[in-house]
Design a protein around this ligand. Structure first.
Ligand SMILES: Cc1ncc(COP(=O)(O)O)c(C=O)c1O
Length: 362
């Protein structure tokens, strides 16, 4: 079987695939209401929050747009803390809906510096909202969200977090870290196919939502709230993905969130140690290297596109390339969701054979 080692979509366990093969049900009926209530409550446990959580039908980018349109008014000053492709995407969405985006960009491969966030907030007191990516999938960097959030809250600003490739795999206690709106996507560490995004909204977030004037319809959080009160979603949801979540949350909560997080840390360490032992180096600053995706620098003659092709054709392992300007500079190994130590060992063993064929000289 092909091994999918990209940072989402990720493989689904048999239990999840089985759960999804169920017949459709009425999404305005009691059975769906019970599933929605159950999945939402367990999602709150995974988010470590008492805030409202909503199941949105759409991809992660949809959730980024939902955060922007629900929390921002045209002309609002918004600080965008960006360390890669997805940070830039979040900023672009806010800009598209009329925000006056102040970019605070860091070199790709590095993490955001909380002191620079403080300085930016000092320099421009009119900033209302801060956008930050918790785990930058394009560079394999996890920002120090606790430290960034502490700074943002020192200034009493609203904090919107893209936790699409971290939540449920990397620790993110939403309430403890006072994150106002946080989004993640089903196809990442959740062991579920693409199709849904989950967002949490704090009381501060709701206040901002009441004042925000960006145009919105499909993503309107107020509609999500009023329908959730009657056990529904405003629009037809991805019902099969809800079935999948019932099974995956059973597995994740049985393992325990702390154990799931520890497993991701252990497997990521194994991936990092493994690539280094092959003579490769990490693209990401070691101190902030992600526990869901490892970005590896293509040095010593390595052609990363050729490597990916060899891995796929000769080893049946699909790894990810670099995005945008990183296309010739890195390759990435996804290790989130349903993945074991054994599977990472197999990736490393295949890399050992494939690397020299892709031009790498140790
Ligand atoms: C950090 C991050 N943000 C946003 C997205 C976009 O999500 P989607 O591709 O589901 O729209 C991704 C997807 O890889 C991501 O990793």
């Amino acid at each position: 079987m092909t091994q999918l080692r990209i940072p989402g979509p990720t493989p689904c366990p048999e239990e999840v695939l089985q759960a999804m093969s169920r017949q459709m049900i009425n999404h305005r009926g009691e059975e769906f209401a019970a599933i929605l209530g159950d999945v939402t409550a367990r999602m709150q446990q995974m988010f470590q929050t008492k805030n409202d959580v909503y199941m949105l039908t759409g991809s992660g980018t949809g959730a980024l747009e939902a955060m922007a349109v629900n929390m921002i008014s045209p002309g609002d000053k918004v600080l965008s803390v960006s360390v890669g492709v997805f940070g830039e995407r979040f900023a672009a969405i806010a800009r598209q809906f009329g925000a006056d985006v102040i970019p605070l960009n860091f070199e790709w491969g590095k993490a955001a510096d909380p002191d620079a966030v403080r300085k930016a907030l000092q320099d421009e007191p009119k900033i209302k909202t801060v956008l930050v990516t918790h785990n930058e999938t394009s560079t394999g960097v996890t920002n120090d969200l606790a430290a960034i959030s502490a700074v943002v809250k020192e200034f009493g600003k609203l904090l919107l977090v893209d936790a699409i490739s971290s939540l449920g795999s990397i620790n993110l206690p939403v309430d403890e870290w006072r994150c106002d709106v946080v989004a993640t996507g089903s196809q990442k560490g959740w062991m579920v196919p693409p199709g849904m995004a989950m967002v949490s909204i704090s009381p501060e977030g709701w206040k901002a939502n009441a004042e925000a004037k960006a145009p919105r319809f499909y993503w309107d959080f107020a509609k999500a709230k009023s329908y959730a009160e009657k056990g529904q979603t405003p629009w037809t949801p991805a019902v099969s993905i809800m079935f999948a979540f019932e099974a995956s949350l059973d597995m994740l909560l049985k393992e325990g969130l702390a154990n799931v997080v520890a497993r991701h840390a252990r497997i990521a360490q194994m991936a990092r140690d493994g690539v280094r032992s092959l003579g490769l180096s990490l693209f990401a600053d070691e101190k902030y290297a992600s526990n869901t995706v490892t970005a590896v620098a293509a040095t010593n003659g390595l052609d990363p596109k050729k490597l990916n092709k060899i891995m796929r054709e000769e080893h049946d392992i699909v790894i990810a390339g670099g995005q945008q300007t990183l296309g010739d500079k890195i390759f990435r190994i996804g290790h989130l969701g349903w993945i074991s130590e054994e599977e990472i060992k197999e990736v490393l063993a295949a890399l050992k054979v494939a690397l020299p064929k892709a031009g790498f000289k140790a």
